[in-house]
Design a protein around this ligand. Structure first.
Ligand code: C5J
Length: 231
């Protein structure tokens, strides 16, 4: 596939136009600690099954983005083994059965280098794809993501991953403030709370697209396939 400038995705609130050569697919925190039983997400009392529906459509989107030679960015939320980058406010908040840094069934919870901190096998990064290790909810806070995107000439982001109202939302808001155009794929983002999924997506596209655009993955995939057709 050789994409050309100006792919158009029917989206909410208006069509989203993007050039695949200046657009990155961002896959947020598809880590075992969030989407598999026994991880941090489950220790907070969440049903991880609610996030797992994201995996099949996201695999398709990832394959299409790779075929279109788009930039692919994976993020992981987590901390240094000594927790020096984990503020007490984050460490102590909530009531998990296992805290960040505690030994869990998949290694220390949300600690870099541990099995549970890594990305699920189904969406494993390929060599050469960027992995951003982030200490916060947003992908820009405490990372060099902005510098990397600028260096690669990226101006638009197709945003996927978990969870919709936390790390996806924070990242989209951070990106919007930095001038990136963000398309969020509605079936490729997931929440432990169905009502937050619905409202989280509505908030992005509200007020004429206050943070960005929202579309199902099928619309994004069709836009890439249309680019293949001879004019
Ligand atoms: C959370 C995330 N929910 N990736 N992290 O703590 O959204």
């Amino acid at each position: 596939m050789s994409p050309v400038a100006g792919a158009v995705v029917p989206a909410d609130p208006t069509p989203f136009t993007f050039d695949p050569t200046s657009t990155a697919l961002v896959i947020i925190d598809m880590q075992r600690d969030f989407v598999e039983p026994g991880g941090f997400g489950e220790t907070l009392g969440n049903d991880v099954g609610l996030l797992r529906g994201v995996i099949p459509p996201l695999r398709e989107v990832l394959a299409a983005a790779r075929a279109a030679a788009m930039t692919v960015i994976h993020t992981r939320e987590g901390h240094r083994p000594d927790l020096s980058d984990c503020p007490p406010a984050k460490l102590n908040r909530g009531n998990p059965t296992l805290r960040i840094g505690a030994p869990g069934p998949k290694g220390r919870i949300l600690i870099r280098g541990e099995y549970g901190h890594d990305i699920i096998d189904e969406l494993a990064p390929l060599p050469g794809e960027t992995i951003i290790d982030k200490p916060g909810k947003g992908s820009f806070h405490g990372t060099d993501l902005d510098e990397r995107l600028h260096a690669s000439g990226i101006t638009s982001l197709v945003v996927t991953g978990v969870t919709t109202e936390v790390c996806v939302h924070t990242t989209v808001r951070e990106a919007n403030d930095r001038g990136y155009e963000c398309l969020v794929l509605s079936d490729c983002v997931g929440s432990y709370f169905p009502e937050f999924q619905r409202v989280g997506l509505a908030m992005i596209a509200a007020q004429g697209g206050i943070f960005g655009w929202v579309a199902p993955s099928a619309a994004f995939l069709a836009s890439l396939i249309l680019e293949e057709l001879p004019s």
